[in-house]
Each structure stands twice: as C-alpha cells, then as structure tokens.
Design a protein around this ligand. Structure first.
Ligand SMILES: O=c1ccn([C@@H]2O[C@H](COP(=O)(O)O)[C@@H](O)[C@H]2O)c(=O)[nH]1
Length: 282
C-alpha cells in the first residue's frame, strides 16, 4: 500500500525551513474567525476559509497545520473539505502537518497510520500529531509507517495549554519528567538521522524557560502558542536555548485574524516569520 517519498520528512522539513523560514501556520476555521471573515458555519464556508489560507500561504511558510477538529465538526462534508485542502495545498508545494493528536493501542495505531501516513490514503498528510498517553511504544506503527513513506510524526511532550503541566511535569519511572522521557524517546527514534529525524515533539512556546533538554533530540520541535495563547517570538530563545534551530514556531489565530484577504494573511505570516528570522540571526 505504501508509496514512499524519496526523501525523509526530517530532510524535507529542514529544507523547507531553510528556504522559507521557520514558521508553521494553523488552518483553524474557528466559528469566531468564520464570522469575522463574513462566513457562516457550514462546510462550504470552511472550504472557502481553508482554501484562502492555502492560496495565501502554501508557497510562503515552511508548513501548514490544519486542525482536524474544526473540519470534523461538519461530519463527512467537513472531512471531504479536509481531504481537498490537504491535497491541493500539497499540490501547491506546501508541507502539510495534520493536527489530529491520535494515540491508541498498537494495532489500532497501525490503522490510524494507514489513514493519515500512507500515500494512497485520502487524508494522507506529510506529518501528523500523535499522543503518547498509551505509551511511547504504542506509537511504533505510526513511527514505522512514517519512516517508510517519507513522512513524520510530532509526539505531544509538553503541550502549550496550562492544564498540561501537572501531568507532563510529573516524574516518570526513568526519574525524569514525563515530558523529558517523551523527548528522550523521540531522540532514540531519530538516532543517526541527518540532517534530522522524522520524529518531532510538541513543546509549547508558552512553557517555562529551560524546562526540557532537547540536546539529543535530533528532530523538529513544534512550538505552538505564539500570539493568541500569549507566547512571543522573543520568548522562544529562553524556552528552547541551543535547540532554537530545530524549533518550528506555530501560530493560527494570530495570523488568521488578518484575513479574509490573501494579502492580509500573507503580510501577517511574513511579519511573524521575519521576527523569527531576526531572532535566529541575533
Ligand atoms: O500543545 C499544543 C498542541 C497543539 N496545539 C494546536 O495548535 C493550534 C494553536 O492555535 P492558536 O490559535 O495559535 O492558539 C490549535 O490548533 C491547537 O489545537 C496547541 O495549541 N498546543
């Protein structure tokens, strides 16, 4: 069933970040944003919203991240829109990270992996977010299929929401925090890969400075939380330190509120991207 891409996801993402700058923009058709764009809460409007973001940003940013939940709300019609958005954005040259946060026992995880990471799957993206709550090892089918097909996974380690801290900072059997254990497990999956592996982690831009050690990760760090959740580009250095070159800052509402015009979205994304580039230079 698989039809591997020739180059691994770590390399494809590194090249995209090099060429376009380090920024991930979410495609999150929140009801409030639909209204702000003068659209109603229907699958047809979600399609208009998402395709406008694709037109504005598919050739601009390192990766786009549709949030599956906002499409699932509309049932099969919303999923059909999601399929179209992923396919057309990839066709237009964008890398697509589908935010689904799936996690299950290994045998079911294999089905999720086929649903989102196999080339012939209608919803095939370049990478997906996965949840390690059933154990890092339960993610093995997704990590394996992603590697075979040149795709990636981003494992939730230390999420951007305030409720995540209690669970993710608690001490794992290894003696480190649960979040650090996830980062170290991803590092094992990425060992030896160049320029970086296909297993990323999610660590919010909102977390405490120096909370995690990413020095062995050798993979991308998706850092949501810029803008609407309160984090700033300037705070990224304190949070990620020497790992900054591997950080993919992510924002959705803070860019999307500049729609519905293509130019408005583009200008907003470029502004954040330039701030990130200045930070990396300085
Ligand atoms: O720890 C996490 C993991 C994922 N997200 C997702 O990112 C976007 C954030 O949207 P904003 O509008 O920039 O707040 C959203 O889809 C979340 O589900 C996250 O925020 N934190």
């Amino acid at each position: 069933m698989t039809d591997p891409l020739r180059v691994g996801f770590g390399e494809r993402l590194a090249e995209s970040m090099r060429a376009r700058g380090a920024l991930c923009v979410g495609i999150d058709p929140h009801p409030s944003l639909l209204h702000a764009w003068d659209l109603d809460e229907t699958a047809r409007s979600v399609e208009r919203f998402a395709m406008t973001v694709v037109e504005a940003l598919a050739g601009e940013v390192a990766i786009l991240k549709p949030q599956s939940a906002f499409f699932e709300v509309y049932g099969s019609a919303g999923i059909a829109v999601l399929e179209k958005v992923i396919a057309e954005a990839r066709q237009a040259g964008a890398l697509m990270l589908l935010d689904i946060k799936r996690g299950d026992i290994g045998s079911t995880m294999a089905a999720y992996a086929m649903a989102y990471l196999d080339e012939h799957a209608p919803l095939a993206a370049d990478a997906v977010t996965v949840s390690p709550y059933l154990g890092y090892g339960s993610l093995a089918p997704a990590i394996g299929i992603a590697e075979q097909t040149g795709r990636g996974v981003f494992v939730l380690a230390r999420t951007s929401n305030p409720e995540g801290a209690g669970l993710q900072q608690s001490i794992h059997g290894s003696g480190d925090s649960v979040a650090q254990y996830i980062v170290d497990s991803a590092a094992e999956s990425n060992a030896g890969a160049e320029p970086m592996g296909h297993v990323g982690v999610v660590a919010g831009a909102t977390i405490r400075s120096d909370e995690l050690d990413f020095s062995r990760l050798n993979g991308p760090i998706l850092a949501p939380g810029l803008g609407a959740q309160g984090a700033t580009v300037q705070s990224l250095r304190a949070v990620f330190g020497a790992a900054l070159p591997n950080v993919l800052p992510a924002t959705a509402r803070d860019v999307l509120r500049h729609g519905p015009t293509v130019n408005g979205l583009r200008a907003a994304a470029r502004k954040v991207r330039e701030e990130v580039q200045d930070l990396l230079r300085g």
